[in-house]
Design a binder for this molecule. Sequence first.
Ligand code: ATP
Length: 281
Amino acid sequence: MDYAIEIEGLVKTYPRFALDHIDLKVPEGYVMGFIGENGAGKTTTIKTILSLISPEAGQVKVLGKRPEEALSDVGSVLNGSCYPDGLTMKDMQFILSHQYKNWDSKEFARYLDMFSIDTKQKFGTLSTGMKMKGMLAAALSHHAKLLVLDEPTSGLDPVFRDELLGVLQNYMQDNGNSIFFSSHIVSDIEKISDYVTMIHEGRIVFSETKEELLDGYRILCLSAKDMGLANKKKMIGLRKTEFGAKALVRTEDFDDKKYTLERATIEEIMLYWIKKEEARR
Ligand code: ATP
């Protein structure tokens, strides 16, 4: 299998945080959603993929090359990044057309039109959502083989978020294109991802296909009476409820004829894992 992104043993240390031997693989032709709470290490991981920071150990390959060699084939939007306030999209078109060898002015104009962005308006005067749309238009306009998007849907209204997910699905129609994107809006990840990776305090908690996650986990609902019977070692993040308790469990670990098992959303799977990790500390 070819990989759009291959990360092995990645270590990056800050005074109060460390990416701790991260392994992560995004197969070519698939969408990987990257989730985790604030400060978990998503942007730091993405910065290494985009060659914006250098790790202390480990290996990162992007489209089979070193990250700095793959940049022209990667479309990216980084959380919090912005074009200079005084420049218009027309100015940016000029700059970007010199930066990317496959820059497509027609495609850029088409996206700006689709996103209703006035090419003559200064970037600094655009709303947060419009700024994001402008940067996404640029990321999509140089025939990138891989999109790396750090929270592309943050600051966007539900209507545009839906439109954007449609644009990303359309981008995936081209054979071999891949997307790696982080979001706090886990329902967006659930909608379009083939794979989901969760990071917590600089460590990967899981990295699986969406189906493996949705089929592989259930929420076990226990009455107060059943509490003593079930195997607590097999529970992930036990939560007390009015009637007993709930916990995330592996589907195969509990018999659905004996116990009440509910399907879990990816957001619930993430929240139970965080609870488990917190209890471990
Ligand atoms: P969020 O969802 O809030 O954007 P994140 O998962 O993207 O969070 P990161 O931005 O990767 O998290 O940050 C992880 C940790 O690394 C944080 O504790 C942050 O303060 C720390 N960190 C990031 N960059 C630096 C830096 N340049 N110097 C020191 N600490 C840093």
